[in-house]
Design a protein around this ligand. Sequence first.
Ligand code: HEC
Length: 145
Amino acid sequence: MIRGSTYTLLLLATLSITCRWTGSSSDSSMQAGGGVEKTQRVALAYEERQGKHLYIRYCAVCHGQEGKGDGFNAFNLDPKPRDFTDSTYMRALTDARLLETISEGGRGVNKSPLMPTWGATLSKDEILSVICYLRTFARPMKPGE
Ligand code: HEC
């Protein structure tokens, strides 16, 4: 089960995503090593830093600086933006799915149209770097996982 999703993530990573972080595999090695505190933030890789600039500029107003779905605008939104720090939820979303949602907006994927369409504003590479950054919110795993 876990192995399957790790494999899919790795496959996707080689297909499109350039971030060096490969999701659950690096998390489990960190846990296995035992040396890294679960609450400690790992330094951002280059692509993640690129994505961070874009995220702060375009997404944080609704999704929140910390990705918790509590941005300045969020009180106006129903449904609320998802909590990107929810690692269980986020792990179920493939990078391809995130790319589709961000490019086409909520309307394009049967979600709320309050999630805007970004495909005309951001290039595919820019969206991929934002995805790299989005993935850092749920990292490392919450205790008990
Ligand atoms: C105007 C407010 C707003 C802005 C700005 C915004 N979003 Fe959203 N976003 C939403 C809302 C509301 C949802 C929830 C849609 C739903 O669950 O039906 C959402 C959902 C999402 C989802 C889907 C999560 C899931 O449950 O599948 C992703 C991914 C996402 N946003 C990424 C981004 C990114 C990346 C940006 C910046 C480029 C961005 N959003 C900017 C409001 C916003």
